[in-house]
Design a protein around this ligand. Structure first.
Ligand SMILES: Nc1ncnc2c1ncn2[C@@H]1O[C@H](COP(=O)(O)OP(=O)(O)O)[C@@H](O)[C@H]1O
Ligand SMILES: [Mg+2]
Ligand SMILES: [Zn+2]
Length: 348
């Protein structure tokens, strides 16, 4: 409805009062003075305070993200997270407490090893990679087992420990000395275990010596000279064929390890005798010159009664063979028990 349409109805006017369009009488606003402005501000501030007091804002429930945001993490340093590389390296050098070192290695392996590697902290907090000493030792033992197989020695010899065995003299002495294997290997002193009788524990003892050496961090190699010579001879006729070995490779096998075990140094007869003698002579010369320890087991006697023509170690491998093993301890395994003849725990 517009103004023009509006028809004046005095009755209606009287009922509803003044027409809405009629302007209200003009009331001028008072002049704004500083006092008035201040009073208005104070009034407004009071009104706001009253409102806040009467309608407090609901507290917001904090989210996980809020909480996490509030945590200021302490700076994480590599040194606190990882073993120190310096300590892992030192572990490889500690010789005095083999059991303790063994336990620490195993604990490190259990806690920090990832596929044979340890994450380690360097001096300045940098992150370094170290081989896990426990895994390295297990690898060496696995390699030793493979060598035993290649040398025709049963791997089960590695499953025994000294504590499982009967330590009849002189095996008790060998067992005790294994605790000191590191010093023996460093000094490059050799051992000859001999007995005319078989089954008296020479092979078993020599395998435990090899194992002790590996556990002390020295590599050990076990060879059966007759087998090695056979592989070399095969190589002559069957150049580079499978399972064959050059004489040079065979020699390296005998000269490089910190500990060499020559298993069952026996009566050399036939076609390989010359190769065996040559390999043995060269290997022992090298090892003696470099002060490397050698362990030999044999069923040959060192001496025979006057007049006897029975073979001796010297008669077969040359009179100098024992001199080439110096400094040497020769132990006669003469306890007289044949462990092989022992009744087994089960029988037919
Ligand atoms: N000290 C020991 N106590 C008990 N059994 C042993 C001992 N030494 C070796 N044996 C067991 O006797 C058998 C023969 O030992 P081995 O070392 O091969 O003798 P050798 O080399 O003197 O012929 C093996 O089966 C071995 O496990
Ligand atoms: Mg033997
Ligand atoms: Zn490991």
């Amino acid at each position: 409805m517009t103004h023009a349409d509006h028809e004046v109805d005095p009755m209606l006017d009287a009922l509803i009062g003044l027409d809405m369009d009629i302007p209200a009488p003009h009331t001028p606003s008072p002049p704004m003075t500083p006092e008035l402005a201040q009073a208005a501000h104070a009034h407004l501030a009071q009104a706001r305070a009253n409102d806040r007091a009467q309608h407090p804002k609901p507290r917001q429930t904090p989210t996980v993200a809020d909480l996490l945001g509030k945590i200021t993490p302490a700076p994480i340093e590599a040194a606190n997270l990882y073993p120190a590389a310096r300590q892992i390296d030192a572990l490889a050098r500690v010789r005095s407490m083999p059991r303790f070192v063994q336990a620490v290695r195993l604990a490190l392996h259990d806690r920090d090893c990832v596929s044979g590697h340890l994450v380690a902290a360097g001096e300045n907090g940098q992150i370094l990679d170290r081989f896990c000493p426990h895994c390295q030792q297990v690898n060496l033992e696995t390699r030793l087992r493979a060598q035993l197989k290649a040398s025709g020695i049963e791997g089960r010899y590695l499953d025994s420990e000294w504590a499982d065995l009967e330590l009849l003299p002189p095996l008790d002495r060998v067992a005790a000395k294994c605790a000191d294997i590191d010093a023996l290997i460093r000094a490059g002193v050799s051992l000859l275990l001999y007995s005319e009788q078989t089954g008296c524990g020479k092979t078993q003892a020599s395998m435990l010596i090899a194992k002790a050496s590996i556990r002390a961090g020295h590599d050990a190699q076990v060879v059966n000279l007759a087998r090695l010579a056979l592989d070399v001879r095969e190589g002559f006729s069957n150049r580079g064929g499978e399972g064959t070995l050059t004489e040079r490779a065979a020699l390296l096998r005998m000269t490089t390890p910190a500990l060499l075990v020559i298993e069952d140094l026996g009566a050399s007869e036939g076609e390989t005798a010359a190769i065996e003698r040559r390999l043995l002579g060269l290997a022992l010369d090298h090892r003696q010159m470099h002060r490397l320890a050698t362990v030999v087991t044999t069923n040959l006697p060192l001496v025979v009664p006057e007049g006897s023509r029975a073979p001796t170690l010297g008669s077969i491998f040359g009179a100098r063979v024992l001199a080439r093993l110096q400094p040497l301890t020769a132990l006669h395994v003469n306890h007289g028990v044949n462990f092989r003849a022992r009744k087994s725990e089960v029988s037919w």
